[in-house]
Design a binder for this molecule. Structure first.
Ligand SMILES: [Cu+2]
Length: 169
């Protein structure tokens, strides 16, 4: 009985990991730091991005240098609209666990709790979450013909305009 449970858990873990990487491959891949074609500077404010429209070419590797100039925590996440909508409950979970505060990320708590629940670890190659006055980087290779958005999935931010578009040309 016990073994059966463990087996089910392993299957579930494999399945959810595979499902996740499949959706990641759909939008491109983590870029090679030695093959950067272009650097784009992004400024995050409460609640919008500057710039919020970026032209990209298929196959291009871009290093995004993201700076949070707002008073709130913000996220820079590259994905499809559907991915962003799916991601929003995960963000709510971070708030419910008091890992994500208005202007602070409790990284110690995040690390501790992510050992029990992987989705709380919140570490993906296509996104970065920053406290006010902090700067971070994402290196992303755009390999697919797909409509992508940059978005902040912290509850209320996407809805109030913290979203932008990648235009493929
Ligand atoms: Cu935000």
């Amino acid at each position: 009985m016990y073994l059966k449970k463990i087996f089910a858990l392993i299957i579930f873990t494999i399945f959810s990991t595979t499902a996740y990487s499949a959706s990641m491959n759909m939008i491109g891949e983590k870029g090679d730091p030695n093959k950067i074609d272009r650097v784009v500077n992004i400024k995050m404010y409460d609640n919008y991005y500057e710039p919020n429209v970026i032209k990209i070419k298929k196959g291009e590797t871009i290093k995004f240098v993201v700076e949070n100039l707002g008073d709130l925590v913000h996220e820079y996440n590259i994905g499809t609209k559907e991915m962003h909508i799916k991601h929003q409950p995960e963000m709510q979970k971070l708030i419910d666990h008091e890992i994500l505060l208005v202007d602070k990320i409790d990284k110690v708590k995040m690390k501790k709790m992510s050992k029990m629940d992987h989705s709380l670890g919140h570490s993906h190659a296509n996104s970065i979450m920053l406290e006010p006055k902090k700067t971070g980087e994402i290196i992303w290779k755009f390999t697919k013909d797909i409509n992508l958005e940059m978005a902040c999935n912290i509850p209320g931010h996407y809805e109030t305009g913290m979203v932008g578009n990648f235009i493929l040309n």
